[in-house]
Design a protein around this ligand. Structure first.
Ligand SMILES: Cc1cc2nc3c(=O)[nH]c(=O)nc-3n(C[C@H](O)[C@H](O)[C@H](O)COP(=O)(O)OP(=O)(O)OC[C@H]3O[C@@H](n4cnc5c(N)ncnc54)[C@H](O)[C@@H]3O)c2cc1C
Length: 345
């Protein structure tokens, strides 16, 4: 069920600025979506959150893995088409280059797969498309602001309670021991529709909006920020979101379908992991496992094909019936609008 339903059953109503902020912090900030779109089923993490501040970046964790085959990695190639069969896979790039292989592993994000920017031949079957569309793209935007001096409270987290839900609800103080003392940097986060709005607009406008909120909190005499950095993953055509979170009603079977191979084309990546979707380790573990499966196929070992589960066949039938019903309704409405001259929206 949606988290919003569970909250209401528990008697929680987000009807004050404080409650709105608390609900945002526990749900939107953790899961990247509001209580209506976040499934109660997906809530709860095995472990704690840690904030990592390694200046070298996350990539250094993996740098040892790829050194032995670094020369085989081709960068700056954009895949536009993938043809697959039991005989092999052909990958075409926007530059017109053609690569063929017996087996191929796709690790595109669900956002990229769902966008249609890569054409598949034959087209992806319905069960695969349903699984992709169930992996809801999460929009989660970090906004870093540098100031000439600090003026804020001496707390790691500074909460902003507002009547308008999701309007820069938290500020994180990076100017602290253990982080970057002396940096005079604060960062704030926005999620969901607010994240998409902020990512699409000019950073100067975002800076003004954040300053307006900070002035409400700390008064009119605080200094303006001098620099801003806004992460813009939703605008990146190769990522299109921050990570994925399955929609309410998604089952393990849909994850199986997300990860299920199509002939000699395999799938890995965060959104194919039922255990670790949304996390880097989801990408790592699924990539490793699928690479092992492909190695087994190449060596003549176990190499099972994939059949979507019966539960999903039911779900496909149901969705087809609903689609059919919708078509009937639309047809009926259009028909009625034609004869009566009404505008149907
Ligand atoms: C703001 C933010 C905070 C996050 N916080 C955390 C966190 O705290 N902990 C955590 O574990 N995870 C976190 N994540 C999520 C994590 O970054 C992702 O889950 C992870 O990067 C997914 O890895 P992936 O390999 O599955 O997909 P991706 O990283 O999306 O890799 C897919 C690759 O495919 C490439 N590609 C796409 N389209 C094409 C094309 N047409 N042709 C060629 N190449 C293409 C892309 O360039 C990319 O390199 C966060 C993400 C964001 C944005």
């Amino acid at each position: 069920m949606p988290a919003s339903v569970a909250l209401k059953l528990l008697g929680w109503v987000s009807n004050t600025p404080m409650k709105k902020t608390l609900s945002w912090f526990d749900i939107d900030f953790e899961y990247g979506g509001n209580a209506d779109v976040t499934s109660l089923n997906n809530m709860g993490f095995p472990g704690e959150d840690f904030f990592i501040t390694d200046q070298r970046g996350y990539w250094t964790l993996f740098s040892d893995f790829y050194k032995s085959f670094q020369d085989k990695i081709l960068l700056n190639k954009t895949v536009s088409q993938i043809s697959y069969s039991d005989e092999g896979v052909t990958v075409v790039t926007t530059g017109g280059e053609i690569f063929t292989a017996d087996y191929t592993l796709s690790t595109f994000s669900s956002g990229v797969l769902g966008s249609g920017s890569v054409k598949f031949d034959p087209p992806l079957p319905e069960w695969k498309k349903e699984a992709i569309f169930r992996m809801r793209p999460v929009y989660f935007t970090k906004i870093f602001l540098k100031f000439p001096r600090d003026f804020w409270d001496d707390h790691e987290w500074i909460m902003h309670a507002s009547q308008k839900e999701g309007q820069f609800p938290t500020f994180y103080d990076l100017d602290r021991p253990g982080f970057f003392p002396g940096s005079t940097i604060l960062f704030t986060t926005v999620t969901g529709d607010e994240a998409r709005r902020v990512e699409a607009q000019d950073d100067r406008k975002t800076m003004e909006e954040v300053m307006e909120v900070l002035r409400k909190m700390y008064g009119p005499n605080i200094p303006n920020a001098t620099e801003i950095h806004v992460s813009k993953w939703s605008q990146n055509p190769f990522v299109r979101a921050s990570w994925t979170d399955p929609v309410v009603g998604t089952s393990w079977g849909h994850f199986d379908n997300m990860a299920g191979r199509l002939n000699n084309l395999f799938f890995a990546g965060e959104s194919t992991s039922s255990d670790w979707y949304g996390f880097v380790q989801g990408g790592y573990f699924t990539g490793r496992d699928k690479a092992n499966e492909i190695a087994s196929c190449i060596k003549g070992g176990k190499c099972e094909s994939y059949e979507p589960g019966t539960e999903l066949i039911y779900s496909q039938r149901a969705s087809r019936m609903n689609a059919c019903r919708m078509k009937v309704v639309i047809f009926t409405c259009t028909f009625l609008s034609v004869i009566s001259g009404l505008n149907i929206r």
